[in-house]
Design a protein around this ligand. Structure first.
Ligand code: PMP
Length: 444
């Protein structure tokens, strides 16, 4: 076992001070002391392959983040009520990666805060209250965003005026009809909200449906659902907290649904664009590579009245030190074309996983968008049946081989493979070899 006597002691002390909400990963917890790129290290110098963490998108301990943040911290850190060049120039650069209609940004500190603001904006702008989310969605931890998060389970009641629809499910659905069926479920829910006099404020969906089991296909279903939302006077809020900043092979996850440019560089939108684009996009997690920063991006006119009549001031939101981290992230994402790298590396991983699924029948469908992969773990005897126990055995077996992933989805049986975007070819080989070894040991 890797756990040192010091770590064992830490585990004991931890349980005496931290609240019961805190959960550790793995049967044998991992005690890490430093990180580099897509690797984590424990005190003994053991190297763990990180195939899970999406916050350090440009890699753990990236020197440019350290440099920019340290320099800014040593110079000035205030709030957004003074003129600060760095905040404005970063905002210009970030907005240039969006379709041109999305031209205003508000900063917050966490994804939850930004989701909260996005929904408040949508309710204010539409005059409606209803929000549609997917059946196993997670959107955050504040009262409002937890109320939009059915994945938190039955002890966490949904908020008033929040309704759920089944997400598309690549494992279950016919790809030819999945998109229309999802749009039809949105329509039924919107009609219901209208009949109850609540109305539709927004359809809020994580653009890669992470907690619904990673559901990127069929590309376009979110645009079709948004068309329905707009018919009911509601908005499309794209939760980009997980897919954003290149993860799914394009700068923003919604791009695989809208056909807008998948580019980190500013430029014209694709000609002939007809699909709707999100009315509001919510950014977080990898935005500051670990520094707390999140944002709501929308059209100027949509937020105008809210800004004037309600106002929003977030003390730490958009502070120059967090912006410095975000600046470093945006530069590296562009310079290293991390969306392109995510596409190539993700495709290689998907191919390797599909090859393994030929030999190991407990691997079911492999779903992939860039470096976000979901792999069904099924009962080898009944390949349509989710097998959360075997999924957990795979996750822990990999951990024993110092390879870190996790499992999620409505049945906790989808392997969640979501490494830092700098994951390389040697990392891919090591992951696939360790997985093959784990699967062989489970079969033995
Ligand atoms: N939306 C999604 C899709 C998320 O995955 C998360 C965090 N897991 C959030 C919102 C909330 O972000 P935070 O934890 O930064 O508040």
């Amino acid at each position: 076992p890797d756990l040192s006597p010091e770590a064992t002691d830490l585990l004991r002390r931890r349980s005496q001070v931290l609240s019961s909400s805190y959960r550790l990963f793995y049967s044998e917890p991992v005690d890490v002391v430093c990180g580099q790129g897509s690797h984590l290290f424990d005190a003994a110098g053991n190297d763990y392959l990180d195939v899970y963490n999406n916050v350090p998108g440009i890699g753990h301990s990236h020197p440019r983040v350290t440099e920019y943040v340290s320099a800014q911290l040593a110079t000035l850190n205030t709030h957004t009520r003074y003129l600060t060049e760095a905040v404005v120039s970063y905002s210009e650069d970030l907005l240039a990666t969006f379709p041109t209609a999305l031209d205003r940004i508000t900063y917050a500190c966490s994804g939850s805060e930004a989701i909260d603001l996005a929904v408040r904006l949508a309710r204010f702008a539409t005059g409606h209250r209803g929000v549609i989310v997917t059946a196993n969605a997670y959107h955050g931890t504040t009262e409002l965003s937890a109320g939009l998060s059915p994945s938190l389970g039955e002890n966490n009641p949904l908020g008033p005026d929040v309704v759920t629809v089944e997400a598309p499910d690549g494992f279950r659905d016919d790809p030819a009809t999945a998109s229309a069926e999802f749009a039809a479920r949105i329509r039924t829910a919107a009609e219901d909200l209208e009949e109850r006099g609540i109305g539709l404020a927004a359809v809020l969906v994580d653009s890669v449906l992470s907690s619904d089991g990673v559901q990127p296909e069929p590309a376009g279903f979110l645009a079709e659902a948004a068309t329905v939302a707009h018919e009911f006077g509601g908005l499309w809020i794209a939760d980009e907290v997980q897919p954003g900043f290149g993860r799914t092979g394009t700068m923003w996850g919604f791009e695989r649904h809208t056909g807008t440019r998948g580019d980190t560089q500013p430029g014209p939108e694709l000609p002939g664009l007809e699909a709707p684009i999100p009315d509001i996009a919510v950014l977080g997690k990898p935005m500051g590579n670990g520094m707390p920063i999140s944002a709501v991006v929308t059209r100027a006119e949509l937020g105008e009245e809210f800004g004037r009549r309600v106002r929003y001031f977030n003390t730490f939101g958009g502070n120059p030190v967090s912006i410095a981290a975000a600046r470093a992230v945006l530069e590296v994402v562009r310079e290293e074309d991390l969306p392109g790298h995510a596409s190539t590396t993700g495709a290689a991983l998907a191919q390797g996983l599909s090859d393994l699924a030929q030999d190991f029948f407990l691997l079911g469908q492999v779903r992939q968008a860039g470096l976000f992969l979901g792999v069904e773990v099924v009962d080898p005897e009944a390949p349509r049946a989710a097998d959360p126990a075997r999924a957990s055995a795979v996750v822990n077996g990999l951990r024993d081989r110092r390879v870190l992933i996790s499992a999620s989805g409505p049945h906790a049986n989808v392997l969640k493979i979501r490494p830092p975007l700098v994951f390389g070819a040697a990392d891919t080989d090591r992951f696939l070899t360790s997985l093959a070894d784990t699967l062989a040991s489970l079969r033995a």
